[in-house]
Ligand binder design. Structure first.
Ligand SMILES: [Zn+2]
Length: 170
């Protein structure tokens, strides 16, 4: 796991994007179940607070191709950049890396091991509010070889302003 975090931390692109969207490590957000229910829609609550899974293919961001940043629906922490999104053919949005916070060089998505008789994979959670986002498998593309398989319901997309995109291309 440490190896993965190190390789993500040293990936310049993720750092550049994180700096554009959010430079500081946000404080942890802890709410009661009732407070989460008020803040989230029933579907958002079921998936992010109860570990649910949305319907494949018929979800908001599977086919989404705009350039920008995907934030946590629970706390607005920037989690993934469109630069790392790819089509996994799985029916859910897939990314090969999360955004790394330049404040502490740690990814904004934490991984919890899930052990099954046939294989071990990871649950993906928001580092700030502990929202369940989806799962991470080791069948992703280079450079990480990871597939962050994420529920659209757990995300809120913000399109990158054009001047930021130009900066990235230079
Ligand atoms: Zn969050």
């Amino acid at each position: 796991m440490l190896k993965i975090i190190n390789s993500l931390s040293h990936h310049g692109l993720c750092l550049v994007l994180a700096q554009l969207s959010l430079g500081n490590r946000p404080d942890k957000l802890e709410l009661t179940e009732e407070e989460w229910k008020e803040r989230l829609t029933p579907a958002q609550f079921r998936i992010t607070r109860k570990g649910g899974t949305e319907r494949s293919f018929y979800n908001k961001y599977y086919w989404h191709k705009k350039e920008g940043v995907y934030h946590c629906i629970g706390c607005d922490t920037p989690l993934f950049s469109s630069e790392t999104k790819y089509n996994s053919n799985s029916g859910w949005p897939a990314f090969w890396a999360p955004i790394v916070c330049p404040d502490d060089n740690q990814p904004n998505v934490k991984l919890i091991p899930v052990e099954r008789p046939d294989r071990i994979f990871h649950e993906a959670k928001c580092i700030t509010c502990d929202a369940h986002l989806g799962h991470v498998f080791d069948d992703g593309p280079p450079p990480t070889g990871l597939r962050y398989c994420i529920n659209s319901v757990a995300l809120n997309f913000t399109e990158a302003p054009e001047n930021e995109l130009e900066d990235l291309e230079q």
